[in-house]
Design a protein around this ligand. Structure first.
Ligand code: PLP
Length: 402
């Protein structure tokens, strides 16, 4: 059944719902029964207490940041970010009075140096897109908590199948459900998962919004009303309710279907990724391959610790001959699709410098792990021989074209 709003049993029932005194549904901008199932499932997969679905990964990131910041506060972030997240942090949040301090690297001491009294969160991608760096979540959480600040982690690339950041101290986990979680490149969606562990009350001076009465919600006190789920409770009551980046329930249904197979798909993605990385690294026409599964990768030890050695199927590489050769290779692909999505069942390739990371300066691109000639490959779940066959013929074509 489809419905935007839900009938009350009586005037008193309606009033009780609006007072958040009883559980139930009022209007689909605030919550929806189908979407609620998706929220409970992803919260369970991530080990959180509550979750809020929104219309896209970017909406999730925006809300996750707005929920802890005010004019004058700052966020400390690792530099290896998804391109649009970098744009949100470098341009959009600052225009609203929130500054983002980009650390020199993803190392805990580089992050700690930038935290001050106005810092409201530390942010990282557990596995950076497209840099492929793996963040030491436990160490970053430790540094953040030492200063009374939560750690917010974008877990889109890893998925809870490979890594559960909350197990290592993350306070909030954000996802683009558009990628591996949905898994079929058909449906945009985002989610914010609340670990329920950050002591907002203890840090009421830094985070007054959770502990003081909110006049926009007839003086509700979020830590009193929502208890350990104060973060998502406030996010829903304030941002989702008033600015409405709602996930369509039909999208929630499609994403739920995707999530039923995410564990199986990720297993195949990981295995295919390993075979493709091995093929590329031994191919004489390939200059370099960045893949955390190789022992020589600087992230190999972290891949063992956080991913159980199951390196993600997102990898980057450079074709010999630089940007021009890379473009010839790209144009010669047949099975592998030329598009900017990732985490699809289908294999996808993109050239970040001219697409996803185009808005960044060359220097910012370098810090984000993007090189001019770099190709990003999201290895799908097709038969691995077909994927390797396509890469092989495209590399042949590159050489033939000189
Ligand atoms: C794609 C992506 C996003 C943005 O998600 P959308 O659903 O496209 O808005 C955020 N973070 C990462 C790591 C991503 O890969």
């Amino acid at each position: 059944m489809r419905s935007d709003a839900y009938a009350f049993d009586s005037a008193d029932h309606g009033a009780a719902l609006f007072n958040l005194e009883v559980e139930g549904f009022r209007y689909s901008r605030i919550s929806n029964p189908t979407t609620a199932v998706l929220e409970r499932r992803v919260a369970a997969l991530e080990g959180g207490v509550d979750a809020l679905c929104v219309s896209s990964g970017q909406a999730a990131l925006n809300y996750a940041m707005l929920n802890v910041t005010e004019v004058g506060s700052n966020i400390v972030s690792v530099p290896q970010l998804y391109g649009t997240t970098h744009t949100l942090f470098a341009h959009v949040l600052p225009s609203q009075g929130v500054t983002v301090r980009f650390a020199e690297s993803d190392q805990p001491d580089a992050i700690e140096r930038l935290i001050d009294d106005n810092t409201r969160t530390v942010f990282c991608e557990s596995v950076g897109n497209p840099a492929g760096n793996i963040c030491d979540i436990e160490a970053l959480a430790c540094v953040a908590h030492k200063h009374g600040v939560p750690l917010i982690v974008d877990n889109t690339v890893a998925t809870p199948i490979l890594l559960r950041p909350i197990d290592y101290g993350a306070d909030v986990v954000v996802h683009s459900l558009t990628k591996y979680m949905g898994g079929h490149g058909t449906t945009l969606g985002g989610i914010i998962v609340d670990s329920g562990k950050f002591p907002w009350k203890e840090h009421a001076q830094r985070f007054p919004m959770f502990s003081r009465p909110d006049p926009s919600y007839h003086d509700l006190v979020y830590v009193e009303h929502f208890k350990e789920a104060a973060y998502t409770g406030r996010c829903r009551s304030v941002y989702q309710r008033t600015t409405g980046s709602v996930l369509a329930p039909l999208s929630a249904f499609l994403l739920l279907q995707g999530i039923e197979t995410v564990a199986l798909r990720v297993e195949r993605h990981v295995e295919n990724g390993r075979r493709v990385a091995e093929f590329l690294s031994t191919n004489r026409r390939v200059e370099w391959v960045n893949y955390a599964g190789f022992p020589e990768s600087p992230y190999h030890a972290l891949a063992q610790k956080y991913l159980g050695g199951r390196a993600c199927s997102l990898m980057t590489f450079g074709v010999k001959g630089g940007l021009e050769a890379g473009k010839k290779f790209y144009d010669a692909l047949k099975l592998i699709k030329r598009l900017v999505n990732m985490g699809d069942a289908k294999s996808l390739a993109c050239h970040p410098a001219s697409t996803t990371h185009r808005q960044m300066s060359v220097e910012a691109q370098r810090r984000a792990g993007v090189r001019p000639e770099m190709m990003r490959l999201s290895v799908g779940i097709e038969h691995v021989d077909d994927i390797i066959g396509d890469l092989d013929q495209a590399l042949d074509a590159t050489e033939a074209a000189g």
